[in-house]
Ligand binder design. Structure first.
Ligand code: ZN
Length: 158
């Protein structure tokens, strides 16, 4: 396992659409392991492959209940609404309010190519939406209703 460098906003790779994963090999496993280690080191909630410079549809999420690995994820159902603060490891120190569904159901494959479905509410639903957006080149700031001012963000970070 290895820590990978997290790409910051402004890098082209974050605005591109990721390709579908077709090979479920040891390289994919390595990428997922590295992303998980990188996520934990950065103390984040989720990380998408483009954030480590890889344009593949791969996401790892950990809201404190264990790591969820998603390959080729798709949102197949959602409902409700939540408005809450959101940040991104690629936009350090920046926070904004977003409106997301309160419930999201995702269909994905695991690292071996087996299909599964997983549901999330509140923080997990928000994480699914945020990370899957990365796979289509979208950063949360594009969807934010209001970004915190630098002063507000500084108070939040302190
Ligand atoms: Zn992000």
């Amino acid at each position: 396992m290895a820590i990978r460098q997290i790409v910051k906003e402004g890098d082209d790779v974050l605005s591109k659409k990721c390709r579908t994963v077709e090979r479920f090999d040891s390289r994919l496993g390595q990428l997922i392991d590295d992303m998980t280690e990188t996520l934990h080191k950065a103390q984040g909630v989720g990380l998408a492959a483009p954030q480590v410079g890889i344009l593949r549809r791969v996401v790892v999420i950990d809201v404190g209940e264990g790591v969820i690995e998603l390959v080729n994820p798709k949102i197949i159902a959602y409902s409700g609404e939540q408005e809450s603060l959101e940040g991104c490891l690629s936009c350090p120190g920046e926070w904004g309010y977003t409106r997301r569904p309160n419930y999201v159901k995702v269909r994905a494959q695991d690292r071996n190519g087996n299909e599964f479905e997983i549901e999330g509410r509140e923080l997990l639903a928000k994480a699914f939406c945020h990370e899957l957006d990365h796979l289509d080149g979208i950063i949360f700031k594009q969807k934010a209703i209001r970004m915190l001012t630098p002063q507000e963000a500084a108070e939040l970070n302190s």
